[in-house]
Structures are given as structure tokens and as C-alpha cells.
Design a protein around this ligand. Sequence first.
Ligand SMILES: Cc1ncc(C[n+]2csc(CCOP(=O)(O)OP(=O)(O)O)c2C)c(N)n1
Ligand SMILES: [Mg+2]
Length: 668
Amino acid sequence: MRSIDNSIKKIVYDRKNYSNKQLIELYKSILKPRLIEEKMLILLRQGKISKWFSGIGQEAISVGVASALTSDEYILPMHRNLGIFTSRKIPLHRLFSQWQGKKSGFTKGRDRSFHFGTQEFKIVGMISHLGPQLGVANGIALASLLKKEAKVTAVFCGEGGTSEGDFHEALNVAAVWNLPVLFCIENNGYGLSTPSSQQFKCKNIADKGIGYGMESHIIDGNNILEVYTTLTKLAKSVRKKPRPILLEFKTFRMRGHEEASGTKYVPQDLMDKWARKDPIENFHEFLKKENILSEELDVLIKENIVLEINEHLKIAFNEEKITSSIENELSDVYKHVNYIETKPSTEIENIRLIDAISLSLKQCMRKHSNLVIMGQDIAEYGGVFKITDGFLEEFGAERVRNTPICESTIIEAAYGLSINGNIKAVVELQFSDFITSGFNPVINLLAKSFYRWGQGASVVLRMPCGAGVNAGPFHSQTNEAWFTKTPGLKVVYPAFPYDAKGLLATAIEDENPILFFEHKLLYRTVYQDVPTAYYTIPFGKAALLNKGISVSIISYGLGVHWALEVVKTHNISADILDLRTLQPLDIEAIYASVKKTGKVLILQEDTLFGGVASDISALIAEHCFKYLDAPIKRVGSLETPIPFANSLENNYLPKDRLFNEIMELLNY
Ligand SMILES: Cc1ncc(C[n+]2csc(CCOP(=O)(O)OP(=O)(O)O)c2C)c(N)n1
Ligand SMILES: [Mg+2]
């Protein structure tokens, strides 16, 4: 508790040159969230609102920061920052509707408490995971730099959240890229029941700034004038000279983590000391002592705020409960994009899969001046597979960005680019295996964004994947099934150069998060005649590569090539369907083929259990049962990690078992 104890000093106010009017405005601004909260606590006890995270005692931080920024500068708050929402002058009834899950809220009843954002007020709501907010702020700030706008972005985090890897990654990238972000850390002594002494070892969080090569400051978070004055000065300076700053606000959490959890574990004397530092009571005393606030004016101000709260509560309570339909809910998972097909030209070139991807990416960079690519070693070095070789020279370092090794925060930054002015991002994962280090933002930020608050995400994650290259357990996985499971993501998996080129262009045109799988073994082994000019291929359209009558083989990626080889070698009369995209999935093409042949084998490179083949199998069983002449067969890899040695890897992969499996099905 040392860092808290030391900071408990009397509040000293320095009014600078602020007019009485300005000081009264600040007083009104910190008073409002307090009075709203007091009302909410009553409603909570009456069961009229759900969970509540109290910011009582911390209002000066939210209000001071929000008041120092211009209304077109983004703020990314956390769960105790009601003062930001009120300082941005959001009509109160909309906040109340949000907390009651009603239509006039900001999430159509889909997300609770402070998990909401609004472009209208330039506020980006948090996801529960805390730390990812910091990385999103980086993307927003990067967008400001790219658009040559002199703006700062302020992002909030508690001292507990600073223990997350996201904090380290975000601060590191912001420092390396000189991003104009104010990292506002509210050190309120506790993260749920955990005191700061068990959360971090250094004396102050601000001390961490030096480790990132970042300016940092300690601010009395209970002193509205200190917060406002310091932030006004720093914001002005950052607008002029873009750079990140780490700010530690010393404050205290005066209530439970959320109302149900209480404060039994907090020593009473600590509570008492901090109660004497209440940001509102102290400011009130100061204003009275300086003859700035009269008793009558104070009463009037409070009456007006209470009146506003009550009127707006009435509006929210009178609003009907939200209803929706299955169709409506399903139609809000993906941003609607108007797909416009660009037909391929007649001029062709015989190229490899890797060349097709590189060419497509290059043409997209030329077509979309708002497209940025990010990844490890992609600039001077051209990427580990050389797909971006020469890009730096043509497009410059602003758009071809080498990143530190930090998948999570870069994916968060890509999302931030979408939020601030719809800047498109392609992120190259060095290997698809490393997406595990960026899993959280994919699943929780990107996938849920449109459904939660109608915000699209023009983010394409390029995923060099797959086995057959003797690369062992950490450089060989094909992990598409981790993502096809999650609503809100699109999953593309081409097997040929022609498809890869057109599908990548479509992916970049799209405004939804997309995982674009590129098989490493196919990179340099598969050639095809590919139109040289830019073209697109629609998602959700499988390709029937071989026509037959005895069996349908459904596959994607490397599996398609195995199927073609076996069918050709053994002269089997088979439909071979290359799915090309797994989400959306071409169900019609699958059903049509199964209905024709009556026998179906679904082939995937991935291990079988919980894979794409299992769900396709279930769909066929549910919808085509009466057309089947044999049980559905799934073929995939062994249920083990992927071994390194050639013979073991061949044993792991299903290729050598494929012919026997087909024959078993044909002979059923
Ligand atoms: C990744 C993750 N782990 C755990 C939690 C559960 N959790 C929610 S808030 C919280 C404490 C946060 O403390 P701090 O960052 O200090 O913010 P404060 O609540 O004090 O404002 C915890 C543990 C979470 N939301 N996300
Ligand atoms: Mg805390």
C-alpha cells in the first residue's frame, strides 16, 4: 500500500487564470456523474438496473481529461469513467437506456454497462478484457498521423490492467512509432480485491515510462484543477509534437469493485483518509472559500442536475423493452458490403501462389490509398516469405509498417485504424501459428464489433499456414477451425493462385474482419495462368474442379490438391469441390453435389475433431440424409500435434490414407 499512502496529501488548488465561469463549469461537470451515480445506486438496489461499477471518488480524472480534449478527439474509457460520457454531453436518457438494454442505448440491447462506444461522440467503449483498449488507441492515433491531423487520443486503464501483456505491447509500439496517445492509468489502489502491492513491484506506475523510452507524469487524480491544467498543457504539446505520454493518476476506489462485491478487504483507515480527499467536496469547499460559489448557486446547480436526471430517467423508463427477431440478429453480425465484381482481364501470366498473393496485395495498395500493411519484418526485409518484397520502395514506410513482435497490439491497432476514418489494414502473421498471441483481439474485438456497436473492421489477417514443410508443432498448424467457430469473422482459404489473387482483393474491399489462409507448401509449388490486372472473386462460391458420379469429395487448401492427385491417378469418377471460403460457406454447392453422387467424403488437413469437416458432415446429415447411399466420411490428420521428421509428418497427414478411405466409401 506504500504508493497509495504516500500520495494522500491535502488537495492544493491552483486556479491559474481560469475565470469564475470556467471554474463553475468544471464544478458542474464533476458533480453530474456523482449525482447520476447516487441515483443509479438507488435504482440498483431497487433492481431497476443491472451491475454497476462505481467511479465515485475518481470523477476528477474522467472530467479533467475529457474537458482538456477537443470534442473530435477520441477517448477510450473504462468501466469507471462515467464522467467522460457526461462531459461529452451524451443525452442522459440514452445512457440510461443503454444500462437498461433499451433501443435508444448504443448497443441495441446487446452489451451492458460501459461496454459501448459511439462514433457520434468519439468514444470507443471497452471490451471486458481491459488491456486491449490501449492498443486500439494506438490505431486511432496512427490514423490521425496518417491523415495529418493534429489530434491526441486518450485511453484509460486501471492499475490492475497494467499487468496485462496488452499494456506492455501497446506502450512499446506507441513509443517506437511516436503515436500521439495519452495513456491514462487510474491507480485507485485495488484491482478487484488485489491491492497494488500485489499487482506491481515498482513504486509508481509512472516509473515504467522509462522502460519504454516514454515521458511520464504523476498527477493527483482527485484534484480537478491539476488534472485539467496538466492535461490541457500536455494535449497541446502532443498535438504539436506527436508522442505518447504515460500518466499515472493517484486516486482511490471508494466503493466495491462492483456494487455486489463490497469493500471488506480494504482497511478502514485508508478509506477514511481518502474520503477526506473527495474530489467534489474539496473543490466545492475551495470554490466557496474563494467566493466563487455561493450557497444559492450551489443549490440551483444541484437542483438543475437532479431535474435533468429525473426527466431523462422518465424517458428511458417509458421506452419499451427491446425486441428483435432471429433474422434481425443474424443480419447484424457482419457489416453489409455491396460486393462489386471486377472481372478478370484476358492478359495472363503463369505464376505461383506466392506471386499471385504478392501481386494482388500490390495492386490493392495501388487501388486503396487508405490501405496500410503491418507485420514483422515486412518492410526492408520483404517478409519471411518475401511477399512484400519491394513494397517499401513503392509505398513508403508509413503504409508498409514493420512491427515489433506483438501480434495482439498490432491487431488492436488495425481495428483502431478502421474506427478512425476507415483506414484499411492487412496484417501479416509471420506464421498462422502465432495468431495465438493475438487471439483475444480477433475473437473479442474484431468479431463482435459490428454486432455490439455497428462498427465495421476492415482488417485482413494474412495467415501463412499448413504442414508438409517439416516445420514441426509451431510452424505447421492449419488453424482455420479456431475462427470458423466465431460469428463475425470471415474465413478465406484458397488453394490456387487464381483464387488467391481474386479472393484477397475481395477481402481487402470488405469491411469485416477476415482471416486469409495461405498454404506455405502451395506457395512455391502450384502454378497457374493468372490474369495480370486487378480482379475480384465473390465469397461463398465453391469451385467444382472435377465432375464425377460416384462420390463427392469436399475439401479446401492442400486437401484439394491431394484429392485431385488421387482421383486422377486412380481414375475415380468423383466431384471435387474446392470450398475456397469457409465463412461464408457455399452450402448449396455442397448439397447439390451430395444429392447427385449420394456418397460424400470431406477432407481436411487439420486434425479431425471439432474441425470444419465435422460441421459440414452435420449439415449434410441434417439436410441431405435421404440422398445418402453411405455414411458420411470425414478424413483428416491424426489427433496429435504436428511432428517434425518427414516420415512422422507424412504419417500425421491424411494424404497417404486418402485412397483407401475413398475406396472404402465407394465399396460400401
Ligand atoms: C483479461 C481479464 N482478466 C480478468 C478480468 C476480471 N476483472 C475485471 S475488472 C478487474 C480488476 C481491474 O482492476 P483495475 O485495472 O485496477 O481497474 P479498476 O476496477 O480498479 O478500475 C478484473 C480482475 C477481466 N475483465 N479481464
Ligand atoms: Mg484499480
